[in-house]
Write a protein of this length. Structure first.
Length: 93
Protein backbone atom coordinates (compact mmCIF):
# COMPACT_ATOMS: atom_id res chain seq x y z
CA UNK A 1 0.00 0.00 0.00
CA UNK A 2 1.16 3.52 -0.73
CA UNK A 3 2.48 5.49 2.22
CA UNK A 4 -0.14 7.99 3.34
CA UNK A 5 0.46 11.48 4.73
CA UNK A 6 -2.09 13.03 7.07
CA UNK A 7 -3.53 16.40 5.99
CA UNK A 8 -6.19 18.45 7.67
CA UNK A 9 -8.30 20.92 5.75
CA UNK A 10 -11.45 22.96 6.02
CA UNK A 11 -14.37 22.46 3.65
CA UNK A 12 -17.71 24.21 3.48
CA UNK A 13 -20.87 22.68 4.89
CA UNK A 14 -22.16 22.28 1.33
CA UNK A 15 -18.99 20.47 0.24
CA UNK A 16 -19.31 18.20 3.28
CA UNK A 17 -22.95 17.41 2.45
CA UNK A 18 -22.10 16.60 -1.18
CA UNK A 19 -19.06 14.54 -0.18
CA UNK A 20 -21.08 12.41 2.23
CA UNK A 21 -23.83 11.92 -0.37
CA UNK A 22 -21.33 10.89 -3.07
CA UNK A 23 -19.57 8.50 -0.69
CA UNK A 24 -22.88 6.87 0.20
CA UNK A 25 -23.94 6.64 -3.45
CA UNK A 26 -20.66 5.18 -4.73
CA UNK A 27 -19.62 3.05 -1.76
CA UNK A 28 -16.24 4.79 -1.70
CA UNK A 29 -14.87 6.41 1.42
CA UNK A 30 -14.75 10.18 1.73
CA UNK A 31 -10.94 9.94 1.77
CA UNK A 32 -10.90 7.98 -1.50
CA UNK A 33 -13.11 10.59 -3.14
CA UNK A 34 -10.91 13.44 -1.89
CA UNK A 35 -7.73 11.70 -3.12
CA UNK A 36 -9.35 11.06 -6.52
CA UNK A 37 -10.31 14.74 -6.74
CA UNK A 38 -6.77 15.81 -5.91
CA UNK A 39 -5.36 13.43 -8.54
CA UNK A 40 -7.81 14.73 -11.13
CA UNK A 41 -6.99 18.38 -10.42
CA UNK A 42 -3.24 17.75 -10.51
CA UNK A 43 -3.54 15.87 -13.83
CA UNK A 44 -5.52 18.74 -15.38
CA UNK A 45 -3.02 21.32 -14.16
CA UNK A 46 -0.14 19.26 -15.55
CA UNK A 47 -1.80 19.06 -18.97
CA UNK A 48 -2.64 22.73 -19.42
CA UNK A 49 -0.31 25.51 -18.29
CA UNK A 50 -2.00 28.56 -16.77
CA UNK A 51 -0.61 31.06 -19.30
CA UNK A 52 -2.54 33.95 -17.78
CA UNK A 53 -0.89 33.44 -14.37
CA UNK A 54 2.51 32.94 -15.98
CA UNK A 55 2.13 36.05 -18.13
CA UNK A 56 0.94 38.12 -15.17
CA UNK A 57 4.27 37.45 -13.52
CA UNK A 58 6.14 38.55 -16.62
CA UNK A 59 4.27 41.53 -17.98
CA UNK A 60 0.90 43.11 -17.37
CA UNK A 61 0.50 43.66 -21.14
CA UNK A 62 0.59 39.91 -21.79
CA UNK A 63 -1.83 39.21 -18.95
CA UNK A 64 -4.40 41.62 -20.45
CA UNK A 65 -4.64 39.73 -23.75
CA UNK A 66 -8.10 38.25 -24.25
CA UNK A 67 -7.08 35.13 -26.20
CA UNK A 68 -3.82 34.28 -24.49
CA UNK A 69 -4.38 30.50 -24.49
CA UNK A 70 -4.96 30.47 -28.26
CA UNK A 71 -1.95 32.72 -28.89
CA UNK A 72 0.32 30.46 -26.84
CA UNK A 73 -0.97 27.37 -28.67
CA UNK A 74 -0.20 29.07 -31.98
CA UNK A 75 3.32 29.95 -30.82
CA UNK A 76 3.89 26.35 -29.75
CA UNK A 77 2.60 25.07 -33.12
CA UNK A 78 5.11 27.32 -34.89
CA UNK A 79 7.91 26.06 -32.62
CA UNK A 80 6.92 22.46 -33.41
CA UNK A 81 6.88 23.22 -37.13
CA UNK A 82 10.33 24.82 -36.90
CA UNK A 83 11.64 21.75 -35.04
CA UNK A 84 10.23 19.49 -37.76
CA UNK A 85 11.84 21.54 -40.51
CA UNK A 86 15.18 21.42 -38.68
CA UNK A 87 14.90 17.65 -38.19
CA UNK A 88 14.48 17.82 -34.44
CA UNK A 89 12.35 15.15 -32.85
CA UNK A 90 11.40 16.89 -29.61
CA UNK A 91 7.78 17.99 -29.63
CA UNK A 92 6.61 20.71 -27.28
CA UNK A 93 3.02 20.67 -26.06
Amino acid sequence: MTRMIRKQLFITAEQNRKLKARAAATGLSEGELIRAGIDQELAVQAEKPDWRRIAAGLSSDWAKREHLDEEMQDIRRRWNRRDQLLGRKAKRT
